[in-house]
Design a protein around this ligand. Structure first.
Ligand SMILES: Cc1ncc(COP(=O)(O)O)c(C=O)c1O
Length: 389
């Protein structure tokens, strides 16, 4: 076995696709220490910089004082501490749904939904660039799978006509695609739902806290708050904490409690994570200045990079893809920027399609103008070396 794995690792290295773990320590919302050196962190998903917010940290610490460090049991046994009840109700209200259910992670929530609800005889229609958790979830489902072109409602409709059946079809999409930062055509998808009678499953991991007038996510942006049949989002990104939730009709939630194996057979979240999520949610639902500050930074970074000549594709919001092409070239550009004190990763297959390896930059609320100016200048210089601009 060891020889086989070693030769596969050699092949991965040869392709420029090797991954290694880089250990870091946060200094503040914008900077980290890695290998004894300070870097500007250009790849955090803590878009609202809440993971180091004093009130969020205080909530987590006080939960440890009141509840201890772990729940030490699954949700169905004695792990459902009362913090869950309040948070599940609050998050359902925030996003306009009847009922919520918290899972340990977004990965597990997606596996729980998709492997449990669509069944044999059903058809799942999935955007070709959906997140790996959704792809893995489909692998565990007995339903037939049909992949439609990225954000292409026309292709989805053609495939619905060919393979769909009213009441037996499920359409799954991310709201903001995690590696491309572009937005699903939710209004068109919901209009197709009315005509073709499918169930819409929306993953709003990267829209929550950021999009829509009240910041509740991409459905609110499209004036479709609460419209999906099943909605999933996470606490591990803009909310600066950990965990995820599913929102839907009470009967769907009841079914997941009884059948979703990634809900049933795992230890419940630690109290600190739940309390931090609750505090973050209370903050963002009562104060829009967090999202407004983030959007000012997004606009500043995007206009700087567009001005320098980068093609940011159809992206919008905090995820900014800089597509380089070959794996080795993406790694080269990443190394140039690391040398200049900017921390980020080259994103390569299988995370993104072959030939589209990229740097995935993220903009966070905690960046200062001076930090963004430095980043824009360095990314532009590296982009010139790579002949991207
Ligand atoms: C679109 C999307 N869905 C689901 C997940 C999984 O969420 P979690 O990190 O909570 O497992 C992620 C990222 O990690 C994601 O980007």
């Amino acid at each position: 076995m060891k020889n086989r794995l070693a030769s596969m690792l050699k092949e991965i290295r040869g392709q420029g696709n090797y991954r290694s773990i880089r250990y870091v320590r946060p200094l503040c919302a914008a900077t980290i220490i890695h290998g004894g050196r300070e870097y500007l962190n250009l790849c955090s998903n803590s878009y609202l910089s809440l993971h180091l917010h004093p009130a969020v940290m205080e909530a987590a610490m006080s939960a440890v004082g009141n509840y201890g460090t772990g729940t030490c049991s699954s949700r169905s046994v004695s792990g459902s501490i009362d913090l869950y009840e309040k948070l599940e109700a609050a998050v359902a209200r925030y996003k306009g749904y009847k009922k919520g259910l918290i899972f340990p992670t977004g990965y597990m929530a997606n596996i729980g939904i998709v492997s449990t609800i669509p069944d044999k005889g059903d058809v799942i229609f999935s955007d070709e660039l959906n997140h790996s958790s959704l792809i893995d979830a489909m692998r565990l489902s007995y339903a037939k799978k049909v992949i439609y072109r990225h954000r292409d409602a026309g292709d989805l409709e053609r495939k619905l006509k060919k393979h769909g059946a009213r009441g037996k079809s499920f359409v799954i999409t991310e709201s903001i695609f995690s590696m491309d930062g572009d937005m699903a055509p939710l209004a068109e998808i919901m209009e197709l739902r009315d005509r073709y009678g499918f169930y819409a499953i929306v993953d709003d991991a990267h829209g929550t806290g950021i999009f829509g007038k009240g910041g509740s996510g991409v459905e609110e942006y499209w004036r479709l708050k609460g419209a999906a049949d099943i909605h999933m989002a996470t606490f591990g990104k803009a909310m600066g904490s950990f965990g995820a939730f599913v929102l839907s009709d009470p009967v769907v939630i009841e079914y997941l409690v009884n059948r979703a194996r990634t809900f049933m057979y795992t230890t419940a979240l630690p109290p600190a994570a739940l309390a931090a999520s609750q505090e973050a949610l209370d903050i963002v639902s009562g104060d829009l200045s967090f999202k407004e500050e983030l959007w000012r930074n997004i606009d500043y970074m995007r206009s700087g990079l567009l001005g320098a000549g980068f093609d940011l594709k159809e992206s919008t919001g905090p995820i900014v893809p800089i597509v380089v092409g070959k794996d080795a070239d993406a790694v080269k550009m990443q190394k140039i920027l690391m040398n200049e004190g900017f921390f980020l990763q080259a994103i390569r297959p299988p995370t993104v399609p072959t030939g589209t390896s990229r740097l995935r930059l993220t903009v966070v609320r905690g960046f200062s103008r001076e930090q963004m100016d430095r980043a824009i200048e360095a990314i532009t210089a590296a982009g010139r070396k790579m002949k991207l601009v």
